[in-house]
Write a protein that binds this ligand. Structure first.
Ligand code: 6MZ
Length: 345
């Protein structure tokens, strides 16, 4: 387990006693914020890259090889914006139904299989992509086919909308989510994600409203960086989201709305530390929400670049300072219960 992860969480995990490890492994936990294309294990990605380079031209192969080498060596980010440059290489490897299906399968196995699964329940999220070999509808159906191999109580899908999308693409993605849900497929919610500097948030309002009307949960990446303005944050809060991703830079007005509505905050500790939006665990906004007994869900975000696992994120809660937050087992159990209570599915 420790061998597969190598970031902050690995150090915390290695510092735990056997009884603390057993406690974390046996705790019912929900993973509610995991991006599919950011969670593919490196060994699978390497194999996929190997096959890809045999059938692709040199320029495309070079791009993929350079991207995979970076991920393999452990990404070091100067700032969060460097993070989004990692995806073109990964996307090249998951651009047809066969490779997408394979990636989804290994990501689900990573979270849900084994003697001590990372989580009891997973809400995987992914952004529908149109490629030369599949439509966005086919993309979502392909991911769902794998998600639905697990019982309903174990896995669901959130359809992500990227901040860079045009209004036409946003409309198409929300229509797909609503249509598939009405067919009884396991779409449980919609998400807003992507480069925090990009996009016009005004175009999303109607579509998040439609998604809510159709019974889908709504979660929004919000105030992930200091450049996200207070106006944008208030606009996103006006969509009445059920959960929020990161919420690192909320001002007092936004915090008071979030607390009044008891909106669950998806907390991704390693992600925030590696993207340098939070300096240390002592400065992390999780402390504010714990002090106020506000609902949170501890999640991984992207296990590959952030070199973590859900068990590793829980280790960060429990481990002694300076490796972890030194919370008690009772506090960690309460956090896990809040995560389970915030499921859409
Ligand atoms: C914002 C993120 C993210 O959807 O193609 N993504 N968006 N903040 C983050 N935290 C640092 N981590 C991942 O998965 C990859 C996509 O998820 C979004 C980005 O848009 C990325 O392209 P899918 O499966």
């Amino acid at each position: 387990m420790v061998g597969q992860i190598s970031g902050f969480a690995a150090l915390a995990l290695a510092s735990l006693s056997p009884s603390q490890l057993t406690f974390i492994h046996t705790l019912p936990k929900a993973e509610l914020h995991a991006h599919l294309n950011g969670s593919i294990p490196i060994s699978d990605l390497q194999q996929m890259a190997h096959e890809y380079t045999r059938t692709s031209d040199k320029a495309a192969s070079d791009l993929v090889q350079a991207g995979i080498a970076k991920l393999q060596n452990g990404v070091v980010l100067d700032e969060i914006y460097d993070f989004f440059n990692l995806f073109p290489a990964i996307y090249a490897l998951t651009s047809n139904p066969i490779s997408l299906r394979r990636a989804t399968k290994v990501v689900l196995e990573q979270f849900l299989d084994g003697m001590y699964p990372q989580c009891t329940y997973l809400e995987l999220r992914s952004t529908p992509r149109e490629t030369e070999e599949m439509s966005r509808l086919e993309y979502v159906r392909t991911v769902l086919d794998e998600v639905e191999r697990y019982p309903k109580a174990r896995a669901g899908l959130i359809v992500s909308l990227d901040r860079r999308m045009s209004v036409e693409v946003v409309r198409e993605c929300v229509e797909i989510a609503i249509q598939l849900k009405s067919e009884g497929r396991r779409v449980v919610g919609v998400d807003l994600c992507g480069d925090p500097q990009a996009g016009d948030m005004g175009i999303f309002a109607d579509y998040f409203f439609q998604a809510k009307q159709a019974g889908l949960g709504v979660t929004l990446h919000i105030a992930e960086t200091p450049v996200n303005s207070a106006e944008e944050t208030l606009e996103l809060l006006s969509y009445a989201p059920n959960r929020l991703g990161h919420a690192t830079f909320l001002n007092d007005e936004a915090k008071s709305i979030v607390r009044q509505n008891k909106t669950c905050i998806e907390i991704c500790l390693s992600s925030n530390l590696l993207c340098k939006t939070v300096t240390t665990l002592d400065d992390h906004h999780i402390r504010y929400y714990l002090q106020h007994d506000h609902p949170i869900a501890v999640c991984t975000d992207d296990t590959l670049p952030f070199r973590t696992s859900l068990v590793g994120e829980y280790a960060l809660l429990l481990a002694a300072r300076p490796l972890g937050m030194e919370l008690s087992e009772a506090e960690v159990q309460r956090i896990a219960e809040m995560g389970m209570a915030a499921r859409f599915g």
